[in-house]
Design a protein around this ligand. Sequence first.
Ligand SMILES: *Cc1c(COP(=O)(O)O)cnc(C)c1O
Length: 362
Amino acid sequence: MTQRAYNFNAGPAALPLDVLKQAQEQFVDFNGAGMSIMEMSHRSAQYEQVHEETASLMRELFGIPDNYHVLFLQGGASTQFAMLPMNLLRPGRPGAYIMTGSWADKALKEAKLIGETAIAASTEGDRFTRMPDPSEIRIPEHAAYVHLTSNETIEGTQYAVYPDTGSVPLVADMSSDILSRPVDVSQFGVIYAGAQKNLGPSGVTVVIIRDDLAAESPEGVPTMLRYSTHAKNRSLYNTPPSFSIYMVNLVLKWIKSNGGVAAIERQNREKTDLIYNVIDASGGFYRGVAHPASRSRMNVTFRLGDEELEKKFVKESEAEGFVGLKGHRSVGGLRASTYNAVPYESCKALADFMNEFMRRYG
Ligand SMILES: *Cc1c(COP(=O)(O)O)cnc(C)c1O
C-alpha cells in the first residue's frame, strides 16, 4: 500500500483508514447483492437497512432524544443557512445570530435574504479570536431562534459552553465539530452539519431537529425545502445521497468501536494538546490565533513571525508529507484541522516537525 499522507485538510478531510478499507472491500459487491450500494434502489430492503441503521447509530452515539428527527439532506450546511430561516422565521419574530466569524457571517447573510434578523452577540471587536461569554448574549423579545456556530472552522475557535437560551430554540451549525465531544442535544432545537469534516464524505448534511420545529413551515416554502417533507418520509422523499449515507454509517461504527464520543473527545484533546503545547512553549515563535479559553479542538490556527516564514513552513511541511496546513485564504496563517479521523500519529508528527522547524529558524 502507498504511504498515507499526514492529512490536515479542513474539509473534505481525513477519513478513518479502516472505513476506507471496508468500503473498498464492499465496493463492487455489497453484501452479496451482485452490485455496489450506489447501484441499488433506495427503496430496496438492503439500502433501507443501511439508511435506518445510520439514523439509529447517530441517535445512539450522540444521545439524541426520541422527540427529535434525524434527517439526511443535500445541499451542504450552506443550504441550511437558508432552509432554517425559511422554515422557522415568522413575521415579527427575528432569527438572532451570534457572530463569531466566517461561517456565522455566511449564515446571517442568507437569513437576511429570507426575513428579519438580529445580532445576539458579536466578537468582531476581538477579531473573532474568541467565542462570547453567555453573559454577552442578548436575545431579542419574540426571537424565533438563536443561531450559533459551534466551531468556527476558519478562525479556529470553539464554544467551551453553550449559552442557555431558555424557551427560545437554540440552533447550532456543528459542521466542523459534530460527534467530536458529548453534547446535551436536548439543549438545542436544531443541529445541522455537512458530513465532510467529521462524519464522512461530502454529499450529505445531517439535520437533527425537534419534532415541533419540523411540524410546519410557512406557506410557499417549496416541498424539498420543508423539514416536514423529510421528517415525514424518513429522508426518503426523493433519492437520498445513498453512498454518502453508507459512508457515514461506517464512520459511526468506527466511532462506536473506538469507545464512543466520550472516548473520541479524550483523543481529540490529546491530539490537539500536542500541537498547542508546542505553540505555548515556543516563546512567541508560534502564536496561537484563538484566545486560549476558546481554542478549537478541531482546527488549530497559528501564525509565525511573518508571511515569508509561514510560506516556508507550508513548503517544507509538504516536502515531509504534510497536507493542508495553509490557513484559509481569507485569514492567512496556518491551520491544522484535527478532526476525529485524523490519527494521533499525524498530530505527533506535526508537533515534531514544528519543533524541528523552530530549531532551524527560531
Ligand atoms: C464547512 C462549513 C460549512 C459549509 O459546509 P458546506 O457543506 O460546504 O455547505 C458551514 N459551516 C461550518 C462551520 C463549516 O465548517
